[in-house]
Design a protein around this ligand. Structure first.
Ligand SMILES: Cc1cc2nc3c(=O)[nH]c(=O)nc-3n(C[C@H](O)[C@H](O)[C@H](O)COP(=O)(O)O)c2cc1C
Ligand code: SF4
Length: 414
C-alpha cells in the first residue's frame, strides 16, 4: 500500500535535513515554486485532500476562500495541538519527520502568498521543541526558509509556538486567540478565519497531517492522490489506535480500508484472545460503535457516517468484552467537563452535570432516572454553543447510553 506520510518514518536520521534531502526531500517545494500559486491550489483541489484535523473540509476549497489583494498579510497556522483523547498521529510526524511538515507548510504558504507562518504545538509536546526548532533552524540555514526561499523572490518565515495545555486551543479560532496572546476562547463564526483570522487578517489553519500530505501531492500530482481511497474520501489517512489490541500505534492506510481488517491486521488483533465489544473510531468525541456495527464498515468519511459514527481525527480506541462502558464514559465526560472553556452556559453547566451524574452512577449512588436525565442534558447541549466542544461531549454520552443502556441500569438499585 502506498505510503504518503509514513514512507520514511523509520528511516535512520530522517529528522536531519541531509537525510531528508537525500531521500528526495524539498524537491516538491522546488517544483511548487516553479508553478503559479493558483496552479498549486488547483493541484490540491484535484487531489481531493480533506482536512485531517477532524472536520474533513476540502483543503483546496478552504484555500480558495482566502481573499487576495486585501492589503493585509495572509497567515498560515499549523494546528499541532493534537489533544483529542486517543489521537497521537501528528506527534509521530513532528517527532520523526519534522521536515515533511515544514516542506508541506512551505508549499501551502507559497500557494496562499503567505510570508509568515506558525506551528502551534500543544504544551505537552514541549519535549519535541528541540526537534522542531532544530529542523526549522536547518531549513533556514539551507535557504529553504527566510528572505529568499530556494533563491527565489519569495520570503517565508516559520516559527514554533507552544500552547499551554488546553484542549480547546485545538479549535481553530481559539488557537488564533491563544496565538494572539489572549485567553483561548473560541470565536463566533462567521467571520471564518480564511477571511478574518489571526490579527484580523486572512488565515488558513491546517492540521499537521493535512500539510504533511502536500509534498507527495505536488511530486506525484493531485490525480495520483485522488486515485487512492474512495470516490469522496481520497488518499491515505493515519489512524492512531489504542486500547485492547496487540499492536497499539499509528498506521497509514488508504481511506476505505475495512475497519475489521485494520483491527485484525494492522493492530495485531484483540489482546489475550478477548472478544471485541466496541470501537470509538475517530477520537473520543465521535459516537461509539458496537462490535456488530463494526462489521463491514470501511474507514472513510461516508462509510463511518452511514454506520452512525465519524472519522474525526482518526484516533481509534478499541474496547474488548472486559470494558465497563459506564466507567469509560465517565472518564470521557470528566475530560470534557475539565476542558470546557466556560463561555457558553449549556456547555459549561451541561458538561459538568453530565460528569457528576456519571460519577454518581459508577459509584453506586445513581438512580435509573439519572440515565434519562443524562440524555436530556445532552439534548439541551447539542447545537446550542459557540464551538462544537459541547457536541463532542454529547456524541459519546448519547451513543454509550443508548447502545449499552442495560449496563448503566445495572448500576442503579432504584
Ligand atoms: C474542541 C475542538 C478541538 C480541536 N482540536 C484539534 C486539534 O487538536 N488538531 C487539529 O488539527 N484540529 C482540531 N480541531 C479542528 C480545528 O478547529 C480545525 O478544523 C482544523 O485544525 C482545520 O485543519 P484541517 O482543515 O487541516 O483539518 C478541533 C476542533 C474542536 C471543535
Ligand atoms: S462550547 Fe464549550 S468550549 Fe466551546 S465556546 Fe462554548 S463553553 Fe467554550
Amino acid at each position: 500500500m502506498t505510503k504518503v506520510l509514513l514512507a520514511n518514518i523509520d528511516a535512520p536520521g530522517q529528522r536531519k535535513i541531509e537525510k531528508y534531502r537525500e531521500r528526495g526531500g524539498y524537491r516538491a517545494l522546488e517544483k511548487a515554486l516553479q508553478m503559479e500559486q493558483s496552479a498549486v491550489i488547483e493541484e490540491v483541489k484535484t487531489s481531493g485532500l480533506r482536512g485531517r484535523g477532524g472536520a474533513g473540509f476540502p483543503t483546496g476549497m478552504k484555500w480558495s476562500f482566502v481573499p487576495r489583494n486585501t492589503g493585509k498579510p495572509t497567515f498560515l497556522l499549523c494546528n499541532a495541538d493534537e489533544s483529542e483523547p486517543g489521537t497521537f498521529k501528528d506527534r509521530l510526524l513532528l517527532e520523526r519527520d519534522p521536515h515533511l511538515l515544514i516542506e508541506g507548510m512551505a508549499i501551502a504558504a507559497y500557494a496562499l502568498d503567505c510570508h509568515l507562518s506558525y506551528i502551534y504545538m500543544r504544551g505537552e509536546f514541549g519535549f519535541l521543541t528541540e526537534t522542531v526548532e532544530s529542523a526549522l533552524e536547518e531549513a533556514y540555514k539551507a535557504g529553504l526558509l527566510g528572505p529568499s526561499v530556494m533563491g527565489r523572490d519569495y520570503a517565508l518565515d516559520m516559527h514554533l509556538h507552544l500552547g499551554q495545555g488546553a484542549y480547546i486551543c485545538g479549535e481553530e479560532t481559539s488557537l488564533i486567540e491563544s496565538l494572539e496572546g489572549n485567553r483561548g476562547y473560541p470565536r463566533i463564526k462567521p467571520p471564518f478565519p480564511a477571511v478574518s483570522g489571526f490579527l484580523a487578517s486572512p488565515t488558513v489553519v491546517n492540521n499537521v497531517e493535512t500539510l504533511a500530505a502536500l509534498p507527495w501531492i505536488i511530486t506525484n500530482g493531485g490525480s495520483a492522490y485522488a486515485a487512492m481511497g474512495t470516490e469522496k474520501s481520497k488518499g491515505t489517512k493515519l489512524f492512531s489506535v489504542s486500547g485492547h489490541i496487540n499492536k497499539p500505534g499509528t498506521y497509514e492506510v488508504e481511506l476505505g480500508y475495512p475497519l475489521m481488517d485494520f483491527i485484525n491486521n494492522e493492530s495485531g488483533g484483540m489482546r489475550s484472545g478477548h472478544k471485541l465489544k466496541a470501537v470509538i473510531p475517530g477520537g473520543s468525541s465521535v459516537p461509539v460503535l458496537t462490535a456488530s456495527e463494526c462489521e463491514g464498515v470501511l474507514l472513510d468519511y461516508e462509510s463511518l457516517l452511514k454506520a452512525g459514527s465519524m472519522l474525526g481525527s482518526g484516533g481509534m480506541i478499541v474496547l474488548d468484552e472486559t470494558t465497563r462502558m459506564p466507567e469509560t464514559l465517565s472518564v470521557i465526560a470528566d475530560f470534557y467537563a475539565h476542558e470546557s472553556c466556560g463561555q457558553c452556559t449549556p456547555c459549561r453547566e451541561g458538561t459538568g452535570w453530565a460528569a457528576k451524574i456519571l460519577r454518581n452512577l459508577i459509584t453506586g449512588k445513581g438512580k435509573k432516572s439519572d440515565i434519562d436525565l443524562l440524555l436530556k442534558i445532552a439534548d439541551m447541549m447539542e447545537g446550542k454553543t459557540i464551538c462544537p466542544l459541547a457536541d463532542a461531549d454529547v456524541m459519546p454520552i448519547r451513543s454509550f447510553v443508548t447502545k449499552f443502556r442495560s449496563e448503566f441500569e445495572s448500576l442503579c438499585s432504584t
